[in-house]
Ligand binder design. Sequence first.
Ligand SMILES: [Zn+2]
Length: 105
Amino acid sequence: MTIKQRFKRRKRLLLIGIFIGFALFAGMGALENKYPSAVLSAISYAGFFIAFSCVVIFVFAFRCPRCNGRVITGAAMGLSLLSVPRYCSSCGLDFNVPSDEPANI
Ligand SMILES: [Zn+2]
């Protein structure tokens, strides 16, 4: 498995987490407006917390394994949610190299 494939899988999981979190937040929030209930608002807040956590992880979870520089900042801004850069913008490490092999650039 290459670094790029690992990043893509991690990114997909985080996007699913954000989606589910916001769905819970919006869905339960709307229900709670109609039928006020402590349980519904608790679930709604939990959903918001899940989504917020995933966004925070999303911004900080992608680091270059060689120089520890942050990657995919453009994607974190929502420019291209499913694309992963091919090279590290700081040190030029090729993310298509299998991660269990030493990078020899
Ligand atoms: Zn790097």
